[in-house]
Design a protein around this ligand. Structure first.
Ligand SMILES: C[S@@+](CC[C@H](N)C(=O)[O-])C[C@H]1O[C@@H](n2cnc3c(N)ncnc32)[C@H](O)[C@@H]1O
Length: 203
């Protein structure tokens, strides 16, 4: 069996890791989607730079895919990391990759609508509902385009974020599909990867 110890060690010590190297954690049918659908390692490491190593961090990746963002966050720092993903094959890939890396992430297989978000203070969105309004094919046929569902999901997100504590942070990469409500302030943004990373803080 291939050892991923040196990969884990690189992430722990903040050394750059290529996506090509990281994606070897995944089977080919997952890896093939990485470039378009999953967070580049350097974007996750930038989030880590911005939020630091506070053990009180409770991070939620909304639509965690194969867990790339969560795994880099968990391997590189403090706090606890949770990812929720609706597609079982991606959830399983995330669990398998966590085992290979030897890091702890709470990966949940389910829908973000059904989770209580109030225990978290950091939220990450890589435009998770985009497939619902995309003109090109998504990861598979599970979530066909449907603008109504897209806007329903956005409303659910905003309502859930109404319930979280002041000082909570939202990170977006490629946006989240709409604007946050007015009590969220954009604090920082930076071009990175194929778009921009933004950090919003709840007043
Ligand atoms: C663009 S991918 C990002 C994956 C991961 N966050 C990352 O950055 O590597 C968006 C993911 O959100 C998931 N997703 C979309 N709607 C969801 C929902 N309602 N509940 C849970 N997952 C959802 C999709 O299945 C997809 O895997």
């Amino acid at each position: 069996m291939v050892s991923f110890d040196s990969l884990t060690e690189s992430l722990r010590s903040g050394r750059p890791v290529s996506d090509h190297r990281f994606d070897k954690l995944y089977p080919p049918e997952v890896r093939v989607h990485s470039k378009v659908h999953f967070t580049p390692v350097k974007v996750a490491l930038r989030v880590r730079d911005w939020i630091g190593l506070d053990p009180g961090l409770r991070v939620l990746d909304v639509g965690s895919g194969c867990g790339k963002f969560c795994l880099v966050m968990a391997a590189s720092g403090g706090g606890r990391v949770t990812g929720i993903e609706q597609r079982p094959f991606l959830h399983e890939a995330a669990v398998g990759a966590a085992e290979k890396l030897g890091v702890t992430v709470r990966f949940l297989c389910g829908r973000m609508e059904e989770l209580d978000w109030r225990e978290f203070n950091v939220f990450y969105f890589f435009n998770p509902f985009y497939e619902r309004i995309a003109y090109r094919r998504g990861i598979d046929d599970r979530t066909p385009p449907h603008a109504g569902i897209f806007f329903d999901h956005l409303r659910v997100v905003k309502d859930k974020l109404d319930g979280v504590k002041s000082g909570a942070r939202v990170f977006t990469y490629h946006g989240m599909g709409g604007r946050l409500r007015s009590d969220w302030n954009l604090i920082r943004s930076e071009p990175i990867g194929t778009d921009e990373l933004q950090m919003w803080v709840k007043a």
